[in-house]
Design a protein around this ligand. Structure first.
Ligand code: ADP
Length: 596
């Protein structure tokens, strides 16, 4: 190599290694010494894989192997160790070194620092700049070489007033001597640590005011030497309690707003932004009435009468508005929604603030209305079916009489009409009975321990004739004892089992399996049959009252059995659903909550 080549190689920032086939370093440039911190002398003859951590040593043997087999190697990231044991990341490209005859005699590794590092560096800078703590970097002479925004805020100096100054500018005079000592000691033994000077550490603002701080120190070893990074946090009680308070506010599940006694918003949390659609900035300083226009003013004004010198003031139970009378909140877009609000006085440093927690109760309101409607509907069904029974009984009696007295004595046409009336009256009687039965379910809610084995046995013996007729096989696994309404539960089994028999395939005797499974808070039951099955598009429909999929001539029924099942299951806080394929049978699933 001539001297020009040598000079060139030594001025490049890329690291260059020459390695022989035994893996020993036989050449390095200056950049290599700079990056890895070994002298040229130390490098030569050293195994190249000492630059890899134990876990990565194989990486280099693989490369060596590939080079020998003349496979090409793409430049790749590689993690290396410096002399001090620090890990660094490089991009390495390896090539074979050949002699004149073209024989491979070694391998070169040309390594560059990764440009990603530059990106990270930029990110790190931004991170420091916007960190919530004051961050100051100091050189070995104790001079400030970097500060962030929070440092300016906390100490009241402009950045340019701080850069180049000794760090002691920010420390009260009485601590200067001890701080010099500590500084010297720290540079001799750099480590990450919490700083302690006596019991408390103090900072000094530009205006001379001192204040307690928490400081964490970290050494920064760089190519330019050792620096110290100090992470400083205002530790005054006020600051601490303010932070705690904000954290608490943000962690509250409700929308929380703090107002002064005149109703001006001081603070609002994230949930308020979410619920009302205003940003915090749009709220602070405004009257609370932009969120809750009417209904609370009197209440918060009343808090002004509180005696703030009385320490129990903050223990006053919150005033809740929106329970008896509906209270409305207004979203940014003008949308009104029902809310419940809880107001409590807050005593902060001898002045009164009021916290207002708002909860959206639209859903609760909706559920209440739904429940009310359902109740009304049930009441109606009950009264209607009950009262209809009476005239129906009369009609039915008269029709029986007509049949008895006049059948065969009138003409054929009249006989036909008579039988129509008779059949329809029967059907109506059945429907009304069914409806009455449906609305009676759960009228007396007395839950008790019910053994499902016993109940299902009773049901199968009640259905004995039908079972024999249809040659049905019913297999019941061990079932649990549950907390339930006994009559209703029996009806549930009765309906599911009789449906499983009723909707059988014409030529196959019914095969029914009943089993149960214990789950976390509920029991899961299934009633499986091998019947005609149900088309998916009807599955939602069948649990509705009077919904049937077949004509009565095909399968007898009122279309109320599954509606009854649904009502019963829901009385036990459970769910009922079906899985089925037409022609392959059905499985009815239902759950019952263990505790009612
Ligand atoms: P009904 O049995 O009086 O018709 P249900 O409310 O008990 O009324 O059932 C509604 C409809 O659901 C039935 O008409 C039938 O089409 C379908 N169905 C119920 N159980 C089964 C079953 N095990 N197999 C197939 N279809 C069923």
């Amino acid at each position: 190599m001539n001297s020009i080549e040598e000079a060139l190689i030594n001025t490049t920032n890329d690291v260059i290694f020459g390695i022989d086939l035994s893996g020993k370093i036989i050449y390095v440039n200056q950049a290599a010494s700079k990056l890895y911190d070994y002298t040229k002398k130390e490098f030569l003859g050293k195994k190249f894989n000492t630059l890899f951590s134990n876990r990565k040593k194989e990486e280099f043997s693989n490369i060596l192997e590939k080079i020998l087999f003349e496979e090409s190697i793409e430049p790749a990231e590689s993690i290396r160790l410096t002399k001090a044991g620090t890990t660094i990341k490089v991009i390495a490209s390896y090539s074979p070194i050949k002699d004149r005859g073209g024989k491979v005699i070694g391998i070169s590794s040309i390594e560059g620092k990764i440009s990603e590092y530059l990106k990270i560096e930029r990110k790190a800078k931004a991170l420091i700049e916007f960190a919530p703590d004051a961050i100051i970097i100091v050189n070995q002479l104790g001079q400030i070489i970097l500060v962030n925004r929070e440092t300016e805020q906390l100490f009241g100096y402009k950045r340019k007033e701080l850069l180049g100054q000794e760090i002691e500018l920010l420390i009260p005079k009485e601590f200067h001597t001890i701080h010099y000592e500590h500084r010297k000691h720290y540079y001799a033994h750099p480590e990450v640590k919490k700083m302690r000077l006596g019991r408390f550490l103090y900072g000094k603002k530009k205006n001379g005011k001192t204040f307690p701080v928490d400081i964490n120190l970290s050494p920064l070893k760089t190519e330019e030497g050792l620096f110290v990074m100090a992470d400083i946090r205002d530790n005054s009680e006020l600051k601490k309690s303010e932070e705690k308070f904000r954290k608490l506010l943000e962690s509250a599940p409700d929308a929380m707003v703090i107002i002064n006694p005149n109703g001006n918003i001081q603070i609002a949390n994230k949930q308020t932004e979410k619920l009302f659609g205003f940003s915090k900035g749009e709220l602070v300083g405004k009257k609370i009435e932009i969120l809750v226009p009417v209904g609370i003013k009197k209440k918060y004004l009343k808090f002004r009468e509180l005696d703030l010198t009385d320490s129990s003031t903050t223990l006053i139970t919150p005033v809740i508005v929106g329970r008896e009378k509906t209270l409305y909140g207004i979203k940014k877009g003008g949308e009104k929604f029902p809310i419940e609000v809880s107001l409590s006085p807050l005593k902060i440093e001898d002045s009164l603030l009021i916290s207002i927690a708002t909860r959206d109760i639209s859903e609760r309101q909706y559920m209440k209305e739904l429940e009310l409607k359902n109740q009304e509907l049930e009441q109606f069904a009950y009264i209607a079916s009950h009262d209809l029974q009476e005239p129906l009984r009369t009609i039915s009696g008269v029709v029986d009489l007509l049949n008895l007295e006049y059948k065969g004595r009138l003409d054929e046409e009249a006989d036909k009409y008579l039988s129509f009336i008779s059949a329809s009256t029967d059907r109506m009687t059945k429907l009304i009975k069914a409806l009455l039965g449906y609305s009676r379910i759960g009228k007396e809610k007395v839950y008790e321990k019910v053994d499902c084995n016993e109940i299902s046995q009773q049901v199968t013996s009640d259905l004995d004739v039908l079972i024999k007729e249809t040659k049905a096989k019913i297999h019941i696994s061990k079932l649990p004892i549950v907390n339930a309404l006994p009559n209703e539960l029996k009806q549930l089994f009765q309906n599911l089992i009789s449906n499983a028999i009723k909707f059988r395939k014409k030529d196959t005797p019914p095969q029914i399996n009943i089993s149960a499974q214990k789950m976390e808070e509920e029991w899961g039951f299934q009633v499986k049959d091998n019947g005609i099955g149900i088309d998916e598009k009807y599955m939602g429909k069948i649990f509705t009252i009077f919904q049937r999929l077949h004509s009565r001539s095909e399968y007898e029924g009122e279309g109320i059995g599954l509606a009854v099942c649904k009502k019963i299951v829901e009385l036990h806080n459970g769910k009922i659903w079906v899985k089925s394929k037409p022609g392959e049978g059905s499985i009815f699933y239902f759950t019952l909550k263990k505790e009612q």
